[in-house]
Ligand binder design. Structure first.
Ligand code: ADP
Ligand code: MG
Length: 399
């Protein structure tokens, strides 16, 4: 789960990371008022969206009067900000963070990620902050410092000092840098984060180390341990299809194709998507309805997949191991009878009680397209979609 910059800053600040003064606003008037409260004569207004690259996309603006703040934020509020990380649909701007503009001398990149190969938290840092890490690794790979943390002992001061040294932090600031690194590491581990990124971390003109940007991502499976973090979820920043699925306990990732997938098991869902592509189609989603595909879950999955306007055919691929095909087939039939869908539906069942399952589908009288192998199922879904397009009509599944 992602959170906003201002939320990440507040959290990291509690762990000892220094940040500029700032305040949140929900309207241009409030933004101007916040600036007055903060004092000073230069402010940065920052669109709060769950994506980076805001600066280049017009989501971060420097303002020198309350008037400028009103104008700049008026432009931003309610708009969708498109950055290279958001996709073409962008993310809605409903909150703006007003921050004191801080003169700085140097920008540093600092990231904490989970390194799967070493199974440890890895600190990635670079003296070339301000650019995205991808750009740094393309243009200045030699500037990147990597260091993994031994979990049994945690991040020790000497290791943090080594990182500060490798980044060329002036010696009088080493202690502040160590405090910043320690704070991020503690926040990362204590809050079950999967990513903490500060870009840029700056050395200010008055010799302080400050986080001018902050990003945190949390492990969704650990949120039950951190209710105060779970509360920070902002549905306005999520793909509405994904938030609906999450609310219904389904693992769903929306994609841009037009063949909807309903599959049990994440591995099988991945294989199904691959096979659809191999057959010349594009999956509209990843959807794992879980091992125990009850009729209710199947019905929820149908409603979810069918609510996606791009979906022009639905492929149900179920492998019944512990589950039973006849039971799943009942679920499919019940779901389609209760909620008719207006696109062709291809069903492939395999595993326990497959014969009974197929009989139930056949007996239902529903125009379900059946398939035996995964490849056949994918090909049928693709050709159902193509025929559908050429005739410009949709096969209706009715009661
Ligand atoms: P993003 O990474 O989404 O583009 P940032 O928060 O990193 O957004 O802001 C973009 C740039 O704006 C930063 O790299 C920094 O140069 C500048 N900036 C951001 N906040 C401040 C601030 N409080 N004072 C001065 N400059 C800032
Ligand atoms: Mg940034």
């Amino acid at each position: 789960m992602d959170i906003h910059e201002y939320q990440a800053k507040e959290i990291l600040n509690k762990f000892g990371v220094a940040i500029p003064d700032g305040a949140l606003a929900y309207s241009p008037e409030q933004a101007a008022y916040r600036a007055r409260e903060l004092g000073g004569s230069k402010w940065i207004v920052k669109a709060q969206v769950h994506a980076g690259g805001r600066g280049k996309a017009g989501g971060v603006k420097i303002c020198e009067s309350e008037h400028e703040i009103q104008d700049a934020t008026n432009e931003m509020f309610g708009r969708r900000l498109v950055t290279h990380q958001t996709g073409p649909e962008g993310k809605g701007i409903y909150r703006i963070y007003v921050e004191a503009a801080v003169p700085f001398e140097r920008e540093i990149y600092l990231g904490f990620v989970l390194d799967r190969s070493s199974q440890r938290v890895m600190i990635v840092a670079s003296s070339e902050g301000g650019m995205e890490i991808e750009e740094i690794s393309a243009k200045k790979p030699e500037s990147i410092v990597r260091s993994t943390v031994e979990p049994a002992v945690g991040l020790r001061d000497f290791q943090a000092r080594e990182i500060a040294f490798a980044l060329g932090i002036p010696s009088e600031l080493t202690q502040q840098m160590v405090r910043t690194l320690q704070g991020c590491y503690r926040a990362f581990t204590e809050l079950d984060a999967t990513m903490v990124e500060i870009n840029p971390l700056v050395i200010t003109s008055d010799r302080r180390i400050l986080a001018l940007d902050a990003k945190m991502t949390f492990d969704g499976n650990a949120l039950f341990r951190h209710p105060h973090i779970a509360e920070l979820r902002d549905k306005s920043q999520e793909d509405p299809r994904e938030s609906r699925a999450a609310d219904r306990g389904l693992s769903y990732i929306g994609l841009s194709g037009n063949i909807g997938c309903i599959v049990n098991g994440a591995g099988l869902a991945m294989a199904t998507m691959d096979t659809i592509k191999l057959a010349g189609g594009e999956p509209a989603n990843f959807l794992d309805i879980g091992g125990g595909a009850t009729p209710e879950r199947v019905a929820k999955a149908f409603r979810l997949v069918n609510s996606d306007e791009n979906v022009q055919a639905i492929l149900v691929n179920i492998f019944a191991g512990i589950n039973r095909c006849d039971w799943v087939a009942e679920g499919v039939v019940q779901a389609l009878q209760a909620n008719p869908v207006d696109v062709p539906v291809v069903v492939r069942l395999a595993g326990t009680n497959v014969e009974e399952g197929l009989k139930i589908l056949a007996k239902s009288g529903l125009p379900i397209i059946r398939a035996t192998s995964l490849m056949e199922a994918a090909e049928r879904a693709v050709s159902a979609w193509k025929n559908d397009l050429s005739q410009n009509t949709r096969m209706r599944i009715v009661k």
